[in-house]
Design a protein around this ligand. Structure first.
Ligand SMILES: [Zn+2]
Ligand SMILES: [Zn+2]
Ligand SMILES: [Zn+2]
Length: 236
C-alpha cells in the first residue's frame, strides 16, 4: 500500500506505522479490510483489474455489473489458490483441508453423504493427468532429471537437470525449458477439465454397469461412484 515501489520489509518502523495509519484512516478502509480477510491469509493475492457483467441472453437485460473502478484500492484481491506450500502456505492448507473433508465424507458419510456409505466396498484409483512437458521435481535427494549433459533441446537448453532440489526450491514445478513446455495444451486442458471429468464419470458409470450386468439406469442405486479429484503434490 506504500506509494513508492518499496516492499514492506524495506520500510523502516516509522514508515511502516505511518503507512498503516494512512491506510486505516483512508476512505473505503472497511471494504479493503473485508477483501484482505476474504483471501484468508494468502501470501501473494492476485490483484484483478477490470469488469464483469451478467447479461440475460434472451432479453439483453444487464442482471449484474461489477467494475474494480468502484473499489477503494482500484483492484479486487483474490487468493492465489496455489497448491504448493512453498509458494503459499495458506492456500495450500485450505486445499489440503478441503480435500481431507471430501475424502472423509466419501468414506464415512457427512457433508450430504449418507453414513451407510461406510458399508460399501470401495476402490482407490490414482489417475494421473496428462504431462505437458518435463518440470523440475523434488526427488528426495536424487537428481531432478538425469539426462546426458550434452543433449540440448531445440532452444539450446539442456534436456536434463542434475540439481538435487531442496523442497523449498522455487524452480520446483517450473518447466525444464519454458519454450518446450506445452503451455497452450496445459491451459486448454485445464479449461476443459470440468467437461473431461464429467465424461469420465459417465464412462465409469457405464463401465461399472457393464461389468455388473446392469443397465446404466439401474446401476446408480447399487453402484455409487464417489470420485475425489486430487491435485499436484502439496510439497512442490
Ligand atoms: Zn495464496
Ligand atoms: Zn531441476
Ligand atoms: Zn526447449
Amino acid at each position: 500500500m506504500s506509494k513508492e515501489e518499496k516492499r514492506d520489509d524495506q520500510l523502516s518502523g516509522a514508515e511502516w506505522m505511518a503507512d498503516l495509519v494512512r491506510l486505516v484512516n483512508a476512505p473505503g478502509y472497511g471494504r479493503w479490510r473485508a477483501m484482505v480477510a476474504a483471501v484468508g491469509g494468502c501470501a501473494d493475492p492476485v490483484r484483478l483489474v477490470g469488469q464483469s457483467m451478467i447479461v440475460d441472453a434472451g432479453t439483453g437485460e444487464i442482471l449484474h455489473a461489477y467494475t474494480t473502478d468502484g473499489e477503494p484500492s482500484g483492484y479486487l484481491l483474490v487468493a492465489c489458490g496455489n497448491r504448493r506450500a512453498s509458494v503459499c502456505p495458506a492456500c495450500s492448507q485450505t486445499y489440503q483441508a478441503d480435500t481431507f473433508h471430501l475424502i472423509r465424507a466419501g468414506l464415512s458419510g457427512g457433508k450430504g453423504v449418507p453414513e451407510t456409505v461406510s458399508t460399501h466396498p470401495r476402490a482407490f484409483v490414482t489417475l494421473t493427468a496428462s504431462s505437458f512437458g518435463p518440470v523440475h521435481s523434488h526427488r528426495d535427494g536424487r537428481p531432478c532429471r538425469p539426462r546426458n549433459r550434452d543433449r540440448l533441446c531445440e532452444h539450446g537448453r539442456p534436456v536434463g537437470c542434475h540439481v538435487r532440489h531442496a523442497p523449498q526450491d522455487e524452480r520446483l514445478g517450473q518447466p525444464i525449458c519454458p519454450d518446450c513446455y506445452d503451455y497452450t495444451g496445459a491451459v486448454l486442458w485445464q479449461a476443459h477439465a470440468g467437461a473431461l471429468w464429467h465424461r469420465f464419470t459417465l464412462a465409469i458409470g457405464q463401465e461399472l454397469a457393464n461389468q455388473t450386468g446392469m443397465t446404466v439406469c439401474q446401476s446408480p442405486q447399487s453402484v455409487e461412484t464417489d470420485l475425489c479429484h486430487s491435485g499436484p503434490q502439496q510439497g512442490r
